[in-house]
Design a binder for this molecule. Structure first.
Ligand SMILES: O=C(O)C(=O)CO
Length: 245
């Protein structure tokens, strides 16, 4: 019951003739909702605010509460697949000025969405919000590292709904701690579950959720239905709804 395949040794299954199916696309909307939630939560300091509230420190008019606008911003999506596209559709309602994307190929849907394909470096330099919505592969492992974080704007926000392994978390910690970037919103981390004394959890500008991307009743039911059908079809010797290879 997952869309991502990074936790499975696909080549080994292929070699052994073991069928593999996954559940893509039905989770695009639910994951995109979480991406927007993280983007707002990180930009508007939800975590620092909740800490102030819970510790009885709530004061009016203090500078710590000042966040960032979304209207007028440039949003860069790394990976304009089904989830990336659903994120752009949602953020259009927030008056974003410009959408950029980077990825392996041109997406025919990009034109209608008003998203421009640019090289990764360009996207990182130009974006106020950088959203990771790509799978974890050998190519994308640690895509966000000390060097690529340096390219990001000082007041930028990084959101990750892909996989924890897309980010070098030590480098992210340094960038957040040194306020080189403004904040991060992460639904995925390494490892999962993240131990409660992990340094990223201590940072007020690192807003983390425990991998809630696909966790809605409707989406999980739809994923279960696809998984069950995949199994039944495979047992009958037919092609699965979503064969993974
Ligand atoms: O299905 C997956 O791959 C997910 O990460 C769901 O959140």
């Amino acid at each position: 019951m997952s869309s991502g395949l990074d936790h499975i040794r696909v080549e080994e299954l292929k070699k052994r003739g073991i069928a593999l199916g996954n559940c893509p696309h039905v989770l695009d909307n639910a994951v995109a909702d979480i991406a927007v939630g993280l983007l707002i939560g990180a930009a508007r300091k939800f975590k620092a605010g909740i800490r102030e509230l819970e510790s009885g420190q709530w004061k009016y008019g203090v500078q710590w509460s000042t966040g960032l606008d979304i209207a007028g911003s440039t949003v860069g999506i790394i990976g304009l697949g089904g989830i990336g596209q659903a994120i752009v559709r949602r953020l259009k309602g927030f008056d974003v000025a410009r959408f950029l994307y980077s990825g392996r190929s041109d997406k025919p849907q990009a034109k209608a969405l008003g998203a421009e394909r640019v090289p990764l470096e360009h996207l990182l330099k130009e974006s106020n919000y950088v959203v990771l919505a790509c799978p974890l592969t050998n190519e994308t492992q640690n895509l966000i590292n000390a060097d690529t974080l340096k390219l990001m704007k000082k007041n930028s926000v990084l959101v990750n709904i892909g996989r924890g392994g897309l980010i070098d978390q030590n480098a992210l910690y340094d960038a957040l701690k040194g306020n080189h970037i403004f904040a991060a919103g992460l639904d995925v981390v390494t490892p999962e579950p993240l131990p409660k004394d992990h340094p990223l959890i201590s940072l007020p500008n690192c807003f983390i959720l425990p991998h809630l991307g696909s966790a809605t009743i409707e989406t999980r039911n739809a994923m279960a239905s696809i998984a069950a059908n995949n199994i039944l079809l495979a047992l009958e010797g037919k092609s699965m709804l979503f064969p993974a290879y």
